[in-house]
Design a protein around this ligand. Structure first.
Ligand code: AKB
Length: 340
């Protein structure tokens, strides 16, 4: 029996999953298998060759996928975000780490049967960084890929380990085997900043204050921001995150000098976000009520990242600066979405 060629997207119901399905459907001639632990959103179903409801920890599901499809690439998006992971560290480890391990094993099986490497995309995060305190954060400024890798959150630990695990699969997997050296998993990863979508809202992250503030304002609802006004961290629009993902996956292997890249776009403080939201929604009621524990998590993340390697190796350049993000993407789409 011949298997059907497709790409696999795990966690397809999530924010990145939504954006990625739409972009792949618009720009590429590839069939998509969508996997999610919840029933796949109705809005996505028409764009998928097959939607599968199942857990990435269930080997039967992965065996089923392996037996039916020839996967040209795996976009492994399923994860518990940083705030949720602190409440359920065991589940976070199982989903974020064991789940990734299972998907890497699937990629190896696929590579063996296809006789070629399988591309594997892993969304990492600025949560891999860990700055000791605010003084250190402000002093450190933009961080390169190798600095301050001492995460203070479960999610950050999970992401950092999986960056290393994926790199091991790409560079040294079964290094003592007779056929050692064959590239099986072409692992590629981006450290995403906080992502802001005009279409969906994140669940369980610590950078959620930015999208929550915006969506609340667009709906005329009050919003209490859980970090201080002066809190800075990097953000990016969802279309830029999707564009970066596809650019990295399309880049020729020889152009890549690393397997994990920082990417940045803009890095406003929460106060600057509020000011910009008020420009378009002058009646928005946005107040600040700091949650000390979530604040400390965000304070351990950098104010911004150095993405020189991504710019040099594969031409990364965000389409949306802070002002462009609001003027050309967020505000028009939010107005359209909420009918204002
Ligand atoms: C989160 O807040 O957990 C994520 C992230 C920064 O990776 N948005």
């Amino acid at each position: 029996m011949i298997r059907t060629r497709a790409i696999l997207i795990t966690g397809v119901n999530g924010e990145i999953g939504h954006g990625l399905v739409m972009a792949v459907k618009d720009q590429r001639n590839e069939d998509i298998i969508g996997l999610d632990v919840e029933e796949v959103d109705r809005s996505l179903k028409a764009s998928l060759l097959e939607n599968i409801t199942g857990n990435i920890l269930d080997q039967n599901i992965l065996d089923h996928i392996n037996s039916r499809f020839e996967l040209t690439a795996i976009y492994h998006l399923a994860a518990l975000l940083s705030t949720r992971a602190e409440f359920s560290p065991r589940t976070a480890h199982q989903v974020n780490v064991d789940g990734t391990f299972n998907l890497l094993a699937l990629a190896v099986d696929q590579s063996r049967s296809q006789g070629r490497p399988v591309k594997f995309f892993f969304p990492s995060s600025i949560a891999v960084y860990g700055l000791a305190n605010l003084k250190e954060k402000n002093k450190a400024g933009q961080l390169s890929e190798k600095q301050y890798l001492f995460p203070q959150t479960m999610y950050g630990c999970n992401k950092l380990y999986c960056e290393l695990l994926g790199t091991y699969y790409a560079e040294h997997y079964e290094r003592l085997a007779a056929d050692a050296g064959a590239l099986r998993v072409d692992f590629r990863s981006l450290r995403f900043p906080g992502l802001i979508s005009a279409v969906t809202l994140p669940v369980g992250g610590s950078s959620d204050y930015a999208p929550e503030m915006l969506h609340a304002a667009a709906q005329g609802q009050p919003y209490e921001c859980f970090v201080r006004k002066d809190t800075a961290m990097p953000f990016m629009t969802m279309p830029d995150a999707i564009r970066a993902t596809l650019m990295l996956m399309e880049a020729p292997r020889e152009a890549l000098t690393r397997r994990v890249y920082n990417i940045g776009a803009f890095a406003p403080t929460a106060g600057q976000l509020r000011q910009r939201v008020l420009k378009d929604f002058p009646k928005a009621r946005i107040t600040f009520a700091m949650d000390e524990k979530r604040q400390a998590m965000v304070d351990s993340w950098p104010t911004d990242v150095d993405d020189t390697a991504a710019r040099t190796d594969w031409g990364w350049q965000p389409q949306h600066s802070f002002e462009e993000a609001f003027a050309y993407y967020l505000i028009p789409h939010l107005r359209n979405r909420y009918g204002i």
